[in-house]
Design a protein around this ligand. Sequence first.
Ligand code: HPA
Ligand code: ZN
Length: 336
Amino acid sequence: MELEAFLRALPKAELHLHIEGSLEPEMMFALAQRNGVPLPWPSVEATRAAYAFTDLQSFLDLYYAGAAALIHEADFFDLAMAYFHRAAADGVVHAELFFDPQTHTARGVAYTTVLDGLERACRTAQADLGVSSRLILCFLRHLSEDDAFATLAEAEPHLSRIHGVGLDSSEQGHPPSKFARVFARCRELGLHVVAHAGEEGPPAYIWEALDLLKVERIDHGVRAAEDADLMARLAKEGTPLTVCPLSNVKLCVFKQLKDHNLAQLLRAGIKVTINSDDPAYFGGYVLQNYLETAQALQLSRDELVQIARNSLEASFVSDAERAPWLARLEAVAASA
Ligand code: HPA
Ligand code: ZN
């Protein structure tokens, strides 16, 4: 089987996807017009041309500006449905979507407006596309822990509607330790916990995410490669990393895809997965990430199957939900 068809046929879970980062400029303009919201760019073309990032912050500034177009329940529904259609076409069977409530509540959009729209899309994706999903609420780490606690208080009356919490936004200068108390509370409430760490931040932030936040997965985590003890621990404990190769190149974490350390992490026995992060901004959905990474790093078919298997194993679904996907994955692997 040709590589792209093989990668599409593999059942995959996407575990690192910011739904606000799937807002394509065309939809951004359509929503901004519908809602009477001004955007900082004159056209779709100018918007795309502005996507020349030098680091995480240069991206986040545009990402938050674009998110201002999202106001109504239907906007969040449309946004997530557009993502689910792309995901289904890429062979994604399950997606765990990050959303950033503080980006919206700070503009006067109610938490329940965001949640209602996303949740309706999750139900529709299951019914119409056969794609399963979960929602993970991310706290913005450039804001205070008190602000995170206030967000959790808003979420608490609807807690069963989310599956976990994460930590995103500007990493440098905002270590996981800043959120130790709110994460402890989230764990008490029975939520799954993940955090971005080691994208731009040092290996020490990954240690903190593991030891202080007690996360079940590390989002990005690529800077673990600078610390042999940390690499050994991640491998031994089977902690999944949700790696986003095209994102890392766009945000200058690696100069080019062939310099990416994903193969090194994988060959050290770490449970690596491939994800798209903010596909509308970084130039590719999950299949494109698999394909370009496979080619740039010359990953073997066995390694690609292992990465897809890792994504299913690292997802927060029950064994009963996972079993048919794993069976299909092994069948595709055997037939290739
Ligand atoms: N890193 C941190 N915060 C984010 C990202 C990311 O890659 N995408 C959206 N928010
Ligand atoms: Zn991310």
